[in-house]
Design a protein around this ligand. Structure first.
Ligand code: NOJ
Length: 530
C-alpha cells in the first residue's frame, strides 16, 4: 500500500466499483454498499490503493444512478448512510482510500430543484437549470444534440420553454452560472468530505460550462438514421456545448474545499486531444488528475495506441488517471479481438498504462480478463440501447462481477438487475485466484512489481528508441517495453545488467542479450536492474 506522503495518490492504483453490479448483500438483485464492504479483501489482495464507487445516491433510475434526486443520501437500493460510514471505516482500516462519484452537470428531472423549477417558473429554482425560448418556428433554441440520442433540448409544455440536457431528458443540466447552484455543491462536497471520503470522480466535468451565447455547433458531416448516438454526437464540432475554458472556474472553487480536506479531484473529460485534456490539471488550481478516456474506447491499433498514449503522458505526466476499461465502453478484451488474443493485448496495454505515472485504474472484472457480458435483447437496460433502435449500448460491460461458480456467479441470491449469461468457472475470482498465469494473477503481480520498484512511477521518463508500434521507456532502474506490434521487437537497452521481472503474458518469453532486448509480439515487459 502507498505510504502516507502527500499527495497520497502519487504511485497509487485505483479500482472502479460499478456498485450496481459488484455484489448484492441485501438480496434484491442490485449491488449495494454492504456488498462492496464484504469484498474489500479482494481489493486489498489484488493490491490496489483506492476504490472509486459509482453513484449510490437516490436516483430516478433512468441512467443507472447518474440521474441523482438527492446528493447527500444513499439510495435504499444501495443501502444506508450507516453502511457508507462502515464501508469507509473498514476500507481505511485496510489502507484503502475511497473515492465517490459526484454528478454536477445534471440532476434527475425528479430532483426537488427541477420539480420546483417546473412548478414555479418565477421561483428561485427556475434558474438552477437552463431554459430558453423556442425559435420562432417552435424548434429547439440551437442544434446541440444529446450524448444519448436526439436533441439536447426538451420542451416543457407549461412554460413553453425548452430546457437543456446534454444526456437524457430525465437529466436536466444545472446552470453553473447561477451562484446558488455553486453554493449547493459546496455544501454537497463538504457533506461527503466530513464523512471521510478521500476524493471525488467528477462526472462530466467537461460539460458544466456552456457557451454564454448558446451558439450552434458546426456540423461536420450529414446525419443518417443508421448512426449510433455517439456517431451523431461526433458529427458535430463541439465548440460551444462542452470542453469550454470556463469549466475550470467552477472547479477552482472546488479546489479550495478539496485542499481543506485533503481530498482528490479527478475530472472526467471527453476530449481525446492531450492538449485540451491537460488543461484540467495544468494550472494546478482545479483538478489533481484527469480521467483520460481515450484508451477506454480506442480499438486495437498498435501505432495509434503508442503515439496517443505517449503524447498524453508527455503532455500531462503525473496528472493522468489512466482508464483501459470502464462501465461506459466495451471491455478491452472484446475491443481487442476477444478470447486469448484480446486478453493478451489488454494486459500488454494495461502494463504500459501502469508504467506511465499518474494513477492507473482497473475496472471491476478487468483483472479477470473478462469479455463483454452477453445480454439478451429483451434484457437490455441501458437507455442508449433501449431508446435507440439497434444501438450497441453499455450493458455488455455492466454485467455482474463473477465471484465464483455458484448461483448468479456469487453476485447475490436472486437474478441480477441486468440478466446475462452466467460466466464459466475459468472467468471467476475463485478459480483465477488458484491459477498462476490467470489474468487475475498477472494483474496482481503487476501491481506488486509497481510497489517493489517505485522507480516505475516516480522517476523521470526517458523514451528509448523503438518501432512506432512499440513504446520503450526507462525510469531510473526500471525499463518498460510495450511491443504492441504483430512481430517481435528488438530494443537497445543502453547498457547491460537488466533482467526481466515481469511479462504481461504467460505464453511470451522475452530475452535479454547483453544490452539488447527481444520482446515477442503484443507483450509488455518490465526489466529491472540492481
Ligand atoms: C459519464 C458516466 O460514466 C456515464 O455512465 C453517465 O451516463 C454519463 N456520465 C452521464 O452522467
Amino acid at each position: 500500500m502507498v505510504t502516507n506522503h502527500a499527495p497520497w495518490h502519487r504511485g497509487a492504483v485505483g479500482y472502479e466499483v460499478y456498485v450496481r453490479s459488484f455484489a448484492d448483500a441485501s438480496g434484491d438483485g442490485i449491488g449495494d454498499l454492504e456488498g462492496v464492504r464484504r469484498h474489500l479483501d479482494h481489493l486489498v489482495w489484488l493490491g490496489v490503493d483506492a476504490v472509486w464507487i459509482t453513484p449510490f445516491y437516490p436516483s430516478g433510475g433512468f441512467d443507472a444512478g447518474y440521474d441523482v434526486t438527492d446528493y447527500t443520501a444513499v439510495s435504499a437500493q444501495h443501502g444506508t448512510l450507516e453502511d457508507f460510514d462502515r464501508l469507509i471505516d473498514e476500507a481505511h482500516q485496510r489502507g484503502l482510500r475511497v473515492l465517490v462519484d459526484i454528478v454536477p452537470n445534471h440532476s434527475s428531472h425528479l430532483h426537488p430543484w427541477f420539480q420546483a423549477a417546473v412548478e414555479d417558473p418565477d421561483g428561485q429554482y427556475r434558474d438552477y437549470y437552463i431554459w430558453r425560448d423556442p425559435k420562432p418556428d417552435g424548434s429547439p433554441p440551437n442544434n446541440w444534440v444529446s450524448h444519448f440520442g436526439g436533441p439536447a433540448w426538451t420542451l416543457e409544455p407549461r412554460s413553453g420553454q425548452y430546457y437543456l440536457h446534454l444526456f437524457l431528458p430525465e437529466q436536466p443540466d444545472l446552470n453553473w452560472t447561477n451562484p446558488a447552484v455553486r453554493r449547493e455543491f459546496e455544501q454537497i462536497l463538504r457533506f461527503w468530505c466530513k464523512r471521510g471520503v478521500d476524493g471525488f470522480r467528477v462526472d462530466v466535468a467537461y460539460g458544466v460550462a456552456k457557451d454564454p451565447e448558446f451558439r450552434d455547433n458546426p456540423q461536420l458531416m450529414p446525419i443518417t438514421y443508421a448512426m449510433e448516438p455517439n456517431e451523431v454526437f461526433e458529427a458535430f464540432d463541439h465548440l460551444h456545448d462542452i470542453e469550454q475554458d470556463h469549466n475550470l472556474e467552477v472547479f477552482e472553487e472546488w479546489r479550495s474545499i478539496a485542499s481543506e480536506y485533503d481530498v482528490l479531484l479527478i475530472a472526467e473529460v471527453r476530449t481525446d486531444d492531450p492538449d485540451r485534456a491537460s488543461r484540467y490539471t495544468a494550472a494546478g488550481t482545479a483538478f489533481d488528475l484527469v480521467f483520460y478516456l481515450w484508451p477506454g474506447w480506442a480499438p486495437w491499433d498498435p501505432a495509434l495506441l503508442v503515439s496517443r498514449t505517449r503524447a498524453m503522458c508527455d503532455r500531462c505526466r503525473d496528472g493522468v488517471a489512466w482508464v483501459l476499461d470502464n462501465h461506459d465502453q466495451s471491455r478491452s478484451v472484446s475491443r481487442y479481438g476477444g478470447g486469448e488474443v484480446g486478453r493478451q493485448r489488454s494486459l500488454a496495454m494495461m502494463t504500459l498504462l501502469a508504467s506511465l505515472g499518474g494513477m492507473p485504474f482497473i475496472y471491476q472484472g478487468q483483472e479477470l480478463g473478462l469479455e463483454d457480458g452477453q445480454v439478451a435483447t429483451a434484457d437490455l437496460a441501458d437507455p442508449v440501447a433501449t431508446r435507440n433502435a439497434g444501438a450497441t449500448g453499455r450493458d455488455g460491460s455492466r454485467t455482474v462481477m463473477p465471484w465464483d461458480d455458484g448461483p448468479n456467479n456469487g453476485f447475490g441470491p436472486v437474478t441480477p438487475w441486468l440478466n446475462a449469461t452466467t460466466r464459466p468457472p475459468a472467468d471467476t475470482v475463485a478459480e483465477q485466484r488458484k491459477r498462476p498465469g490467470s489474468p487475475l494473477s498477472i494483474h496482481r503481480r503487476l501491481l506488486e512489481v509497481r510497489r517493489d520498484h517505485p522507480d516505475i512511477w516516480q522517476e523521470p521518463i526517458q523514451w528509448l528508441e523503438s518501432e512506432p508500434t512499440t513504446a520503450a521507456l526507462r525510469r531510473g532502474e526500471v525499463v518498460v517495453v510495450a511491443n504492441l506490434g504483430p512481430e517481435s521487437a528488438e530494443v537497445e537497452l543502453g547498457g547491460p545488467g537488466w533482467k526481466v521481472t515481469f511479462t504481461s503474458w504467460q505464453g511470451s518469453v522475452a530475452r535479454v542479450d547483453g544490452d539488447r532486448l527481444l520482446v515477442p509480439m503484443e507483450t509488455t515487459v518490465i526489466l529491472t536492474r540492481g
